[in-house]
Design a protein around this ligand. Structure first.
Ligand SMILES: C[S@@+](CC[C@H](N)C(=O)[O-])C[C@H]1O[C@@H](n2cnc3c(N)ncnc32)[C@H](O)[C@@H]1O
Length: 363
């Protein structure tokens, strides 16, 4: 697994939180191909670096819909765009984007810039950072779900090891889980520095990165249900995209990128024939991949460490034949696509069906 952004500390302790510098900005704008009168959804507003770029390209008839799980990001969006009638704001996971009425008329573009923002990492109180001591929280939405401290207090040794292995590819997962469970028997973990020190104490020496890097990333992914949100969100985005609409997703580690790549391939390419389905199926693609995964140029990577592991994938929603102008509506089911293309495509058994929706929204 490539390292994610969640582990880098971009501002030294005691300094003001760094602003979030949007990654792959030019490539995202090129990928989205913003139309003046289009409707665009930024599902991961953060501090609005990409959203502002979209807004600058919209005319008076265009619309920008922004979402974020994080109340601080939403407060920032409200301050930034107060009074701009083109902008609507929804606090919640992009997994629930199809349940937001404002998306019902269809979208010309959806952007997901995954992971955490620099302000989330830089504010110790958010509890994401092993480098800055704070309450062990790690929730993007601190008012919802279980904190890292609560999970670490209740999960059994096996579950902790599995999370560290699955979401962090941490080779010492069992050893770390054993140490966590032994230590919490006498004193619960409530602080990030305390957990980081307990992890470091059982790790072999000599790694270039902080010994708690992979474990913190794994716990964060688990606590925030990042991968299941992504799977559900991609389906919902496809359902709401108009024909010709663009999907742009920036990933920061290989687990995310694999999901995005497989999603695009599943909708763009006919499945290879195999022994179970030897006859050709009438596959109708619903997406067209625009190029392959794009990485930052050397100057961006050296100026912005977050860009080092970023990969952008872009795809366009297809219609069937000429004159196709209907976008697919999400219907009642999360992520359901009622387009003819999808109806045809859905005859093909799908071995990669997404995890059950675990959505919530606090519009
Ligand atoms: C990398 S930052 C986005 C930065 C943004 N593009 C910018 O230019 O400022 C990721 C943001 O997405 C939010 N986020 C992550 N997963 C989310 C999800 N499933 N639904 C909504 N927001 C999410 C995080 O809270 C964070 O604010």
């Amino acid at each position: 697994m490539t390292r994610g952004d969640g582990e880098r500390q971009s501002a030294p302790a005691g300094h003001l939180p760094a602003l979030h510098v949007p990654v792959l900005y030019t490539q995202v704008m090129e990928g989205l191909q913003v139309k003046e009168d289009g409707t665009y959804l930024d599902g991961t507003f953060g501090r609005g670096g990409h959203a502002r770029g979209v807004l600058q390209r919209l005319g008076p008839g265009g619309r920008l819909l922004v979402m974020d799980k994080d109340p601080d990001a939403i407060a920032h969006a409200e301050r930034t765009f107060a009074g701009d009638a083109r902008v609507s704001i929804f606090r919640g996971s992009f997994a629930s984007l199809a349940q937001w009425d404002d998306t019902a008329a269809g979208l010309d573009g959806v952007l997901l810039d995954l992971g955490v923002s620099s302000p989330q990492l830089d504010v110790a109180e958010r509890g994401f950072s092993f480098g800055k001591d704070g309450p062990l929280d790690m929730r993007m939405d601190p008012q919802s779900g279980e904190s890292a401290a609560d999970w670490i207090a209740r999960a059994d040794e096996r579950e902790i090891a599995d999370v560290l292995w699955t979401y962090g590819e941490e080779k010492q997962s069992r050893r770390i889980a054993r140490a966590i469970v032994a230590r919490r028997a006498t004193q619960p973990f409530t602080r990030t520095a305390d957990l980081a020190a307990a992890i470091a104490s059982v790790m072999p020496r000599g790694e270039k990165i902080h010994p708690a890097t992979r474990s913190f990333q794994a716990i964060r992914i688990h606590i925030n249900r990042e991968l299941s949100d992504l799977e559900v969100g991609l389906d919902a985005a496809l359902a709401r995209l108009k024909v010709g609409g663009r999907l742009a997703v920036i990933s920061f580690h290989s687990l995310e990128d694999r999901i995005v790549k497989q999603f695009i391939n599943k909708h763009a390419k006919a499945p290879p024939a195999n022994r179970r389905f030897p006859v050709a199926v009438d596959f109708v693609p619903t997406l067209r991949a625009i190029g392959s995964g794009q990485k930052g140029e050397a100057d961006e990577v050296s100026a912005n460490p977050r860009a080092r592991s970023a990969v952008l994938r872009v795809a366009e929603k297809l219609g069937i034949g000429s004159g196709e102008s209907e976008f697919a509506t999400a219907g009642s089911g999360m992520g359901a696509d009622s387009s003819p293309a999808a109806a045809s495509a859905s005859r093909i058994p799908n071995p990669d069906s997404p995890l059950p929706a675990s959505t919530r929204g606090t519009a």
